[in-house]
Design a protein around this ligand. Sequence first.
Ligand SMILES: [Zn+2]
Length: 465
Amino acid sequence: MGTLLVKNTAVLVTMDDQRREIEDGGLFIRDNIIEQVGATADLPDTADEVLDLRDHILLPGFINTHHHLYQSLTRVLAQEADLFTWLKTLYPIWGRLTDEGVYVSTITGLAEMALAGCTASSDHLYIFPNDCTLDSQIRAAAEIGIRFHAARGSMSLGESKGGLPPDHVTEDETFILKDSQRLIETYNDNGRHAMTRVVLAPCSPFSVTPDLMRESAVLAREYGVRLHTHLAETIEEEAFCLELFGKRPVEYVRSLGWTGDDVWHAHCVHMSDSEIDLFAATGTGVAHCPSSNMRLASGIAPVVQWRDKGVRVGLGVDGSASNDGGNLLAEARQAMLLQRVAPDRYLSQKPGGRGGFAGIADAMSARQAIELATRGSASVLGRNDIGHLAPGMSADFIAFDLNQIAFAGALHDPVAAVALCQPSRVDLSVVNGKVVVENGRLTTINLRSHLKRHNEISAAMIRDE
Ligand SMILES: [Zn+2]
């Protein structure tokens, strides 16, 4: 609590409603909430704490809308596999996950995200073998100090019932719903500036039953919490849904109550025009995860069509076994570049059709990529208190030192440089008014000793294969 003055930035990117970029800008913060945004000369002269950020670019913190932090224990496996092959290879390894593994991998994964500029993240933990709990993950996130939306995932449709995962990694549906309710009542905070929210998130159409999807939606709406799942990720999933449920993935979830402004779906690579219209009309959000879509050869999501039709879109890194990293700025860059190599996706939208490379302007700019990672993601998570810098918003922001090699030769447009140049680690990250990264290092944990334990747990899970 108290006041914090941030001053003298080379440029301050507000991402506010006017998208203002303020040279020699700063912030004045009181009790962890932004009170003033403007030129340094127009701000108070002093405060309880002062950060002088000359030669730095300051931005709203990045927000991650889709992750599986436990997968940072099982990276670079099934290296040349599509989604279903990849999952079938990894399910038995993930079946060895323990509660300590959940805690340790959450610390690791969120540390990685924080160092790369994330000030808020969702995580989708959907496998609970052995003694695993979501409680340990929520505890770990609080220790790292970033805002956390903990999605209580689940799998209940095992192989014996026609699902994809082996039965021994699924859970009983009555227990899933009881545990979901307990977690909401224990941890969820729907208030403004909340640090912890709980989300209900059955894993995917091919790993849970329609009943669990329906019941989860009823429970979530009773408590005003959000709903999240994987959807329309691959052509194989589409074939699975048509065969088992007689519907395409989007139509399937719509019939279960899984559209609306309290729902967001990960991937949505394979959508028809009318399905995109449905998402736009209902306010249903999407977590776009380009690296994972490329790694698993899932396809190129129709981001330009989503944007043009008004679908709410944010960014996600996806799990660390299909990325295999956790850098949301790298993801923003990937999103921007990937749309440019899919000219059919955007040129066909324009009268006259294919117009050559002039059409790049209709794909995605560097500033639009940053917007996806900030305002876009905040909207997808249902937050109007983070994602841009303005009076009344939470004090979540990051800064890059412009005197680093990645930005050399790009200082004529440092804002575009953030997305177009080599993705860097942040030099400073402040979450809820507290410094989480300082001089490029985490202030909240000792990473070196922590990673030793992480790698021991990882080796035990993979070695037993
Ligand atoms: Zn995922």
